[in-house]
Design a protein around this ligand. Structure first.
Ligand code: ATP
Ligand code: FE2
Length: 344
């Protein structure tokens, strides 16, 4: 049963958001005025290789209880103060999404409050807007699992360009592992590559593939790994060349979307947004178009529960709820298939 009394209290609502699309299990608590009261994240770090979805899901189930408890403690509220529960409904890895969805359904049912399934990619954009103050940006969302350029047009967020194969962060991570770099809690592989790239001096020519508004990174990755194995160049030069080619591709696609839409703001988000060289390239093209460049602060650019909670607030205050029997996860939920009634 839905507690209808609470739905009327739009000024002072609390939404708890659960993020579990991939390797992170995050819980955020956000107020309807945009205040973020909690944003706690537990990350699954594979012992070796990339993410194993079932292992990550097992991790999420194990940490769910303490992460929820921590978020409520940080927010200094009680479960009964919550108005609504939001969760990442997709896109993402099935076992991981289902673990988060199960926790969300259980909480909503126990507290007798509404449930909202949130589109993860849209949540990245909405928290970015909240945290930087931009209102109508062209967004580049570049992470381990996603690389897309979106903007709002004709009632929906539209995808203007995207990777045709692997994501930018994944490209960096696979290369990093091949180079023998190890992922650490405070130094993701992309950041380790960034440090090495800064010492690079010679640009090696590698494949540069932009097809229309889309791009492809797998040929670049293979070529960079081949260079590494041949041993003709330093690791620093190879990292530098990989970054220059990959970042130029995403920058070109973002610039085209900016020119097409004539928007006045660019927003960079996702884990790769932390990269200073990527920021520099994007800033340069944005400013050439007399637009403003914004980067989402890191703890809100990587996967986090606060972005789900905030998008849950936006959705709930605009009439969206997700009945439990329709709350199945959507592994390939594209941004242009999600309603965003909070934007005019
Ligand atoms: P999603 O589910 O949205 O695809 P994700 O699970 O990949 O997200 P994020 O934390 O958003 O998680 O992104 C992680 C990616 O960001 C990794 O590929 C990591 O190597 C990359 N990354 C982190 N810091 C940097 C950096 N300084 N430069 C480049 N890449 C970075
Ligand atoms: Fe993400």
């Amino acid at each position: 049963m839905v507690n209808t009394q609470k739905t009327l209290l739009t000024d002072n609502m609390y939404c708890l958001g659960i993020e579990s699309t991939a390797d992170d299990f995050g819980v955020g608590i956000t107020k309807s005025n945009g205040e973020i009261l909690a944003n706690t994240v537990e990350s699954y770090i594979p012992i070796e290789g990339g993410i194993h979805p079932r292992e990550a899901a097992r991790h999420h189930a194990e940490v769910a209880n303490k992460t929820l408890f921590q978020a409520l403690t940080d927010a200094k509220i009680k479960p009964k103060d919550l108005t609504v529960i939001a969760f990442s409904m997709g896109p993402g890895l099935g076992p991981c999404l289902r673990t988060g969805a199960t926790v969300a359904r259980t909480l909503a049912a126990y507290l007798q409050i509404p449930l909202i399934g949130v589109n993860h990619s849209i949540a990245h954009i909405e928290i970015g807007k909240l945290k930087t103050g931009v209102t109508d940006p062209v967004t580049l969302y570049a992470s381990g699992g996603n690389t897309m350029v979106t903007a709002f047009e004709f009632k929906r967020y539209r995808v203007f360009g995207e990777t045709l194969d692997i994501a930018l962060g994944n490209c960096l991570d696979v290369f990093g592992r091949q180079a023998g770099l190890k992922s650490q809690k405070n130094l993701p592989l992309g950041a380790a590559i960034e440090q090495l790239a800064r010492k690079g001096e010679t640009l090696i020519t590698l494949p540069y593939v932009v097809k229309g508004m889309d791009l492809s990174l797998s040929g670049l990755l293979t070529a960079a790994i081949t260079q590494l194995q041949k041993g003709n160049h330093t690791l620093e030069d190879t990292c530098y060349s990989l970054q220059e080619h990959a970042f130029a591709m995403v920058t070109e696609v973002t610039e085209r979307a900016l020119a097409h839409t004539e928007k006045k703001e660019v927003l960079l988000t996702g884990g790769v947004a932390a990269n200073k060289r990527l920021q520099e390239m994007l800033r340069a093209v944005t400013e050439e178009h007399d637009a403003k460049f914004n980067v989402v602060p890191q703890k809100f650019a990587t996967d986090n529960g606060a972005m789900i909670a905030w998008t849950g607030i936006l959705a709930y205050t605009h009439g969206i709820v997700t009945p439990v029997d329709e709350s199945y996860v959507k592994l390939r939920w594209r941004v242009d298939r999600a309603d965003v009634p909070w934007i005019n």
